[in-house]
Design a protein around this ligand. Structure first.
Ligand code: NDP
Ligand code: CA
Length: 315
């Protein structure tokens, strides 16, 4: 007998495509970190067990059935997520962190990392690259998975990336450098594939970049993405009244150091080539409840972001 999951509604922004591309961004909380290192003092240990959490994670994914699924803190890829989702028609790639903190937890299930899944009936894989992000040419402990996909119905290319930037305060400069490195990789990749002439800063391959950036909107890495020559915008701003403000929170938890309610997760998209058709609203404070996340109702301290996109007509 567990409380029902959050009732969330899609906010529709346009008449939209009859068959939009649905994208989910979600830091699912690594099993080893949740049980071993995170210190979620208001969450019963029982609610943190993998035997409970795995069903809630799969339920969340299956409720929305995204065509593109971008996950962070995946430490049950080979034994759970990949086999289940392959059986549902997804294809995927996983990139573990080089020195995952999960490995410091007794009884861990291996390193955590980023995983990217796509619906094989909707997309054909052209290329997949695992990237270890660098900062000033020095390799860091953060990674990204990038895929070049071709939409089977429209024939159009789409470049999708998932990443999880360095956590905690004091590392703003590192997140900024990691973000810049990812943008550089993406720029090179879109140019190589279906891109325009060399030197053209805006080839006609739309980008979707999902991540736990561990950065609030006021941080430098956010500004780097907003002002990038790749023409990116953040989909969840569309939830706000004025259309230009990020949600109040994408993660909400209580640690021994106190409550943490903040916006760290984003879905970036090429604003000239993709249209946001819908965004899934956020649960309210009341729905999340006094003990915040994770809980018996929700398996992660981060909320999923789900958004529908369609290709804009080529100019
Ligand atoms: P990060 O600082 O990026 O954080 C790792 C995880 O900790 C994230 O998933 C993050 O979750 C979570 N986290 C954030 N804040 C807190 C908090 N206050 N309390 C508990 N957990 C938190 O990790 P790094 O990738 O830099 O790795 C750090 C660890 O990796 C080291 O402690 C070490 O164990 C290991 N390491 C080992 C090396 C070696 O040479 N052996 C080299 C480098 C690292 P979220 O994103 O949701 O906030
Ligand atoms: Ca975490």
């Amino acid at each position: 007998d567990r409380p029902p999951r959050f009732p969330r509604k899609f906010i529709h922004l346009s008449d939209g495509d009859r068959s939009p591309i649905r994208v989910m961004q979600w830091n699912i909380l690594a099993q080893a970190l949740g049980e071993g290192l995170d210190g979620f003092v208001q969450c019963p240990l029982e609610a943190l067990s993998w035997s409970r959490r795995k069903y809630l994670i799969l339920e969340e994914i299956l409720t929305y059935r995204p065509h593109i699924l971008c996950l962070q803190e995946v430490d049950h890829y080979y034994d759970t997520l990949k086999p289940v989702l392959v059986g549902l028609g997804y294809s995927s790639n996983f990139c573990p962190k080089p020195w995952s903190p999960c490995l410091d937890v007794e009884g861990n299930n291996g390193p955590d990392g980023c995983a990217l899944f796509f619906d094989q009936s909707r997309f054909k894989l052209l290329e997949s690259v695992n990237i270890r992000l660098s900062a000033m040419r020095i390799p860091t402990n953060q990674v990204a998975v990038v895929m070049m996909l071709r939409c089977r119905s429209t024939g159009r290319c789409l470049c999708v990336a998932v990443t999880h930037l360095k956590a905690r305060s004091g590392w703003e400069w590192l997140r900024s450098a990691q973000g810049s490195d990812l943008l550089r990789h993406l720029q090179n990749l879109v140019q190589k594939h279906c891109g325009g002439p060399a030197g053209d800063t805006s080839p006609d391959v739309p980008l979707l970049i999902c991540g736990d950036f561990n950065a609030v909107p006021a941080e430098e890495v956010y500004r780097r993405f907003i002002t990038s020559p790749l023409g990116l915008d953040s989909a969840y701003k569309k939830l706000s009244q004025d259309g230009s403000t990020e949600p109040e929170y994408t993660t909400w938890k209580i640690r021994p150091t106190g409550e943490c309610c903040t916006t760290l997760d984003y879905i970036w998209y090429s604003k000239d080539m993709l249209r946001v058709d819908a965004v899934l609203d956020m649960p309210t404070e009341e729905q999340i409840g006094p003990n915040r996340l994770p809980s018996f109702s929700y398996p992660s301290d981060h909320l999923s972001l789900v958004s529908d996109f369609s290709f804009k007509a080529k100019q």
